[in-house]
Design a binder for this molecule. Structure first.
Ligand code: 3PG
Length: 290
């Protein structure tokens, strides 16, 4: 056997906790950069439906190129799996667009504060939709987050209802995404699954973007952005924000494959703490609509 091939495999098997830690680190790192770049774009190009399409489009092109070179090898999909993935992808698309409507409307730190309620929504869905009895201690452990988010909302300087309600809808969408994901558990690896979800979600996002933003984009949206920052920066910003969006989501999905869902959910809240911190560093405390 060749030592060259065996070495990385042995490393992955021998230090699983280290590898999982690295996945978390990369997920957070890519997400922080995504959030800062994304908000910079909204500050000169406030079209979240269109930018959401670009995020997914760049990811889909990346997946198609990856499949073409066999890294990873494309796993074949059948109609049964497709049927299971469609609801996951529709919720992914809805949560994605509504998160972005919120990012464009209020401070990044505020959107992520509201999105910290996602585990609370998950718990509510488990108890009231799936009928599972959750222990009181779990509800009590979520209480400080709910109280904290309420206080933050009352004092937030960038507060507006569009930002608040769309972030809440994204919480509901991502809760349904996790419910449908459980039903769609298969043998397929997480990278291939996320590639298929991205493709379906892209098709879901295109019609609302055309209906909601199409006319304004053609009339002045695109030309305004190009006259503000130039064509090269505009295109490269959109390309890079799409790459970071795809890679952080792929890493998040790969991490979920390695840890329990609850660990992943707690990790996602911790991620928001980092994003809130770094976005305040990047944009200042939300005195403006940043
Ligand atoms: C998105 O654009 O889909 C949002 O960034 C999703 O946010 P999250 O991955 O931090 O929940």
């Amino acid at each position: 056997d060749s030592a060259g091939e065996a070495a990385p495999v042995r490393f992955f098997d021998r230090y699983p906790a280290l590898v999982t830690g690295f996945f978390f680190f990369m997920w957070y790192f890519l997400n922080v950069i995504f959030n800062i770049l994304n908000k910079r774009i909204y500050n000169y190009f406030p079209y979240p439906y269109f930018v959401s399409v670009i995020h997914l489009l760049v990811g889909v092109v990346y997946c198609l190129v990856s499949w073409a070179v066999g890294l990873p090898k494309r796993a074949p999909i059948d109609s049964k799996l497709l049927k299971l993935l469609i609801p996951v992808a529709v919720c992914h698309a809805l949560g994605h667009v509504t998160s972005n409507v919120s990012f464009a409307a209020v401070a990044v730190s505020f959107t992520h504060t509201i999105k910290a309620l996602e585990p609370f929504f998950n718990a509510a869905a488990s108890q009231f939709i799936l009928g599972q009895q959750l222990p009181l201690t779990l509800w009590l452990s979520l209480a400080p987050v709910v109280i904290g988010v309420s206080m933050a909302s009352l004092t937030e300087l960038s507060f507006n209802w569009t930002g608040f309600i769309s972030a809440m809808i994204s919480n509901i969408s991502f809760t349904y995404r996790s419910i449908y994901s459980k039903k769609a558990m298969t043998d397929m690896d997480s990278t291939n699954i996320y590639a298929y979800i991205s493709i379906i979600a892209l098709f879901v996002c295109i019609p609302p973007a055309i209906i909601v933003e199409g006319p304004q984009l053609i009339k002045h949206g695109l030309s305004d952005a190009i006259s503000k920052v130039g064509m090269v920066k505009f295109i490269s910003d959109l390309f890079w924000v799409g790459m970071f969006y795809h890679l952080y989501n792929q890493l998040a999905t790969n991490t979920l494959e390695r840890v329990a869902p609850l660990t992943h959910a707690v990790g996602n809240v911790l991620k928001r703490v980092f994003v809130i911190g770094f976005s305040i560093l990047a944009f200042g405390k939300s005195m403006t609509s940043n």
